[in-house]
Design a protein around this ligand. Structure first.
Ligand SMILES: [Fe+2]
Length: 136
């Protein structure tokens, strides 16, 4: 089956290998979750993938914030707030899932929007900052 989420280097690289790898790891979990969702896997398996994604996302945001700090990225404070917002939305979706015992399409729209808007628009800025400072 074709992957639902694709890590396309030309669009999603942040030019920091460690962070690219983490983004790819998150996308792999998102695909696993989506696959279980559409194939009608047992609810416990959907929940396991959802929990895995939550834990990996929390760890990734912390790593990313540490990375931004290490390169003296000036946008760290607002980026951290965006992360907190995303985690809040994620937790709300997880709460809804536990109440309804199913994931809504809206949840996958949220993940897609996060990928496209956040990685492409927001995360790439610290990569650009790092590149600029290296060549300076
Ligand atoms: Fe980020």
């Amino acid at each position: 089956m074709a992957e639902y989420f694709v890590w396309d280097k030309s669009k999603l690289t942040v030019s920091v290998d460690a962070m690219d790898r983490e983004h790819q790891g998150l996308i792999a979990i998102m695909n696993k979750l989506h696959e279980r969702h559409v194939s009608g896997a047992p609810i416990s398996e959907v929940e396991a993938a959802l929990n895995e994604l939550g834990a990996a996302t929390t760890a990734h945001f912390a790593n990313e914030e540490r990375h931004m700090e290490s390169i003296g990225y000036p946008g760290l404070v607002s980026h951290r707030l965006i992360h907190q917002d995303l985690l809040k939305s994620f937790k709300q979706h997880a709460t809804d899932f536990r109440a309804k015992r199913k994931l809504e399409d809206e949840f996958f729209r949220f993940l897609r929007n996060w990928l496209v808007a956040h990685i492409q628009g927001i995360d790439r800025k610290y990569g650009a900052h790092q590149k600029l400072n290296k060549s300076a």
